[in-house]
Design a protein around this ligand. Sequence first.
Ligand code: SF4
Length: 465
Amino acid sequence: MSKTSSIDLDALERLLPRYGGPGPRYTSYPTAPVWSGDYAVESLRESLGRLDPNRDIALYAHVPFCTSLCHFCACNRVITQKPEPPVEYLDHIALEIAAFAEAVPARLHVSQLHWGGGTPTHLSPAQIELLFRHMTDAFPLREDAEISIEVDPRVTTDEQMDALATCGFNRISLGVQDTNPATQKAVHRIQPFEMTRHLTEGARARGFESVNFDLIYGLPYQTEESFAHTLDEILEVRPDRIALYAYAHVTWVAKQQRGFERKDLPDPATRIRIMLMATRRLLDAGYRPIGMDHFAVADDELSRALDDGTLRRNFMGYTTQEGLDVLAFGPSAISELPDAYAQSEREIGAWQEAVRRTGLTTMRGHLLSPDDVVRRWLIGRIMCHGEVRAADYAERFGGRIAVDFSQELERLEVLQADGLIRIGEAGGFVVEPLGRLLVRHVAMAFDAYLPEQQKRDQPLFSRTV
Ligand code: SF4
């Protein structure tokens, strides 16, 4: 039996064929397909008005521009090389930020700020500083705030890195995906590893506290050997965190993926072997599994947050700050509020038009029912803490989990038999180390909307492995 850091990877190999089907990633509960286009700007304004004036918030900005299209990508992005779109975008996001600031009940402080995309470093150094000012003038930053950004090493310059460091960015995430030239050519993303190395060293020299690499398995021409070579290269520079994602073949969302030849994509068995090999390599190299898809070195703050129970998950991924409401700006950005989710207009033209008209925009959203609130808490506990205590549930909701969720707990018995969780007498349960690698299957037992969604012909979610 092969055991690495107390995780039985032989057992994982046996289980993966049964646990590899489609499933949500639970960056929210309820998941986005449940949300409705009827959710109106007024509802968002009301939810913002109800925010606790004494609680810190998190801010997110979606910068949608990219210079060229990576063929695996399912993000909301605008491919452009013209200078005008970012200028117009900045004018509009300033209006949107002002509208949010007006809707909240007080001048709220920020303990987490994140930019994602698209490619945030599509902006020039001066534009980076301008967007940062727009956000932090309206919502002041705490001195010890976590300030993070996603960058594309192919387009990020030393001058942009200087601008980010001047603003105070202290965490950085690099899109790497795979270093194999054949795979890079097939996905239309040529990125010699030296670019990644240069940017990593530049981030560390400028005092960034944590460097994350995003990797994807399941891309064209990947084999166990080729991906092992990718890992050899990235482990040389030892990023603090690694996100290891399964390639999501979602041709109904990302039409350019139709250009991938089936024969060039690794078959399901190969995908599983690559995932297992990569997991083994990362654990052997001293990384800890943080939760779904994420690994971190032992002294990274995510590892510490996992230990002290402050790990949290939202649309920005895993973070160390529990219970922050997220105010999100830019096209398709998702605000996460105590009683609602609200997503702004997805298309940049529609977003700009709506921002000019009403300041805030909503393409869709969801007002949480009392049942949603309980399940959101349970799923958050599972994904971040790997544990649901019966006493915590009783204290928070005044009931008994063993009674209120008896059917869900019954469903979990199969997972218990497979060694993924351990259920206690009062109905609380612990996700075992092996279960952490398949944690969304534990969460799926508590998703009240999933059974209906699973009846659809067209899958709503990508494969979990
Ligand atoms: S993967 Fe990143 S850089 Fe490539 S198209 Fe998507 S958002 Fe742009």
